[in-house]
Design a protein. Structure first.
Length: 106
């Protein structure tokens, strides 16, 4: 996400807009990963059958970690980027082949 934010800044966006765009771009993949894993682990997390004594704690920890990861990657990381980004930062050169929305090569 930081690489994408840097690429947007190289194209002229300010840090706040670039961080917002980067977080919006990563929202769907992170949410889908979290939802698939969480829904798959719900039966193990709620189970009280034989053998669930070892599976339930693992499932609860994994689901909790995914929820924390969602917060960190979509809220905390862009916020910290905006906090530390300065207008005079040295950014990497724009990559060849990086096209914005609606841009293409014929």
């Amino acid at each position: 996400m930081v690489e994408y934010i840097n690429q947007l800044r190289t194209r002229g966006m300010n840090p706040r807009e670039a961080a917002k765009e980067g977080a919006e771009l990563r929202l769907r993949p992170v949410m889908m990963t979290m939802l698939v894993a969480t829904l798959g682990l719900v039966p193990a997390a709620l189970s009280h059958d034989i053998g669930s004594d070892s599976q339930r704690p693992f499932a609860i920890v994994i689901v909790g970690g995914l929820i924390v990861e969602l917060f960190v990657s979509l809220v905390l990381l862009p916020s910290l980027y905006v906090f530390w980004a300065r207008p005079g930062d040295t950014l990497p050169a724009p990559e060849l082949g990086f096209f914005g929305e609606g841009e293409h090569v014929d």
